[in-house]
Design a protein around this ligand. Structure first.
Ligand code: DGY
Length: 320
């Protein structure tokens, strides 16, 4: 009998085909709308495998209603939406898609940094709104990227890829991480710093850590107060790591200069969110890994992991 799998979003066709060759596939028929919780609860009841997105809450209650579930494969590197402890307790394998999105996400993070520093979105809006009456000496002036100091909080694969880009702009790179990255320090001439020192000395602070109980609200009012008034905060990791209320206050009062955000505490962010009222914030709808090639590969890798787990092998990117 073929294993039954449920896919929580409409994914690229070749990944579906691959899964359908070995399994009985059921898929939520929408690409842009997440599967409603009640549908997921019903579908997971007799599923052997689940192919999910970062928008699905795979919590203990859901897992309790999935007696046959053997593998959860998420089309993402981050897995803060999955109760890993509970999955492990139930001997359910959880797999993610690391590696493949590293460079693409580092590209986007650097783009966000550049956009916030040089006011790219604001300048474009200004032109389209008819504000450009003449070239003007100090109009839309921003912060220099070249030669500035970049502080990276969370030095995993994407952090290292970001550091490589920064070196191309002749930036000094400080990083803070749970463990020292001595090889990267040597090969890229980057420097380890305590978090408070990094915040105080960086022109740009990029949050690149995973969201865990330890990193929730890692950047709050105290941390923002340590930053330079000319500094820019970039978050392309997870929304809950930065306290959005404190960030709004810091941006509105001039405690820091600007921010670039690809992620929010609640996604999609509400259109009346205070951060969206500020012109010194560049906001994006969680598109860090969104290149055609990378998302296509992520879809395939998540399918491969699901098939590996269902056939009794260990998935290539097992989380637990
Ligand atoms: C991930 O994979 O966790 C990213 O946030 C998706 O862009």
């Amino acid at each position: 009998m073929k294993a039954k799998i449920y896919i929580t979003r409409t994914i690229p066709e070749h990944a579906v085909r691959k899964l359908a060759e070995a399994c009985e596939v059921d898929m939520w028929p929408e690409a842009d709308i997440p599967v409603p919780r009640e549908v997921l609860e019903e579908k997971i009841r007799d599923a052997d495998g689940l192919y999910c997105m970062l928008t699905d809450a795979i919590d203990s209650r859901l897992l309790a209603g999935a007696p046959r579930l053997k593998v959860v494969s998420t089309m993402a590197v981050g897995f803060n939406n999955i109760d890993i402890e509970e999955a492990s307790r139930r001997r359910i394998m959880v797999a993610n898609t690391p590696g493949v999105l590293t460079e693409t996400t580092a590209d986007l993070t650097f783009a966000l940094l550049m956009a916030a520093a040089r006011r790219i979105v604001e300048a474009s809006d200004f032109l389209r709104a008819g504000g450009w009456s003449a070239w003007s000496p100090m109009q839309l002036t921003g912060q220099d990227v070249y030669g500035a100091t970049l502080g990276i909080i969370g030095m995993g694969r994407i952090g290292e890829a970001l550091a490589r880009r920064a070196k191309g702009f002749d930036m000094r790179v400080l990083y803070h991480n749970r463990s020292r990255k001595r090889e990267a320090e040597q090969s890229m001439a980057i420097e380890y710093a305590e978090q408070d020192d990094l915040l105080a000395h960086s022109d740009f602070v990029c949050v690149m850590a995973p969201l865990t109980p330890d990193t929730r609200n890692l950047i709050g009012a105290r941390e923002l107060n340590l930053m330079k008034p000319s500094a820019i905060l970039i978050n392309s990791a997870r929304g809950g790591i930065v306290d959005e209320r404190a960030l709004y206050d810091a941006l509105a009062s001039g405690t820091i200069w600007a921010a670039g955000l690809d992620v929010f505490e609640e996604e999609p962010v509400k259109l009346d969110h205070p951060l969206l009222t500020l012109s010194n914030v560049v906001t994006l709808p969680h598109i860090g890994s969104a290149s055609i090639r990378t998302r296509t590969r992520m879809a395939e890798i998540a399918a491969d992991s699901l098939l590996q787990g269902l056939s009794g092998e260990l998935p290539a990117h097992l989380v637990n």
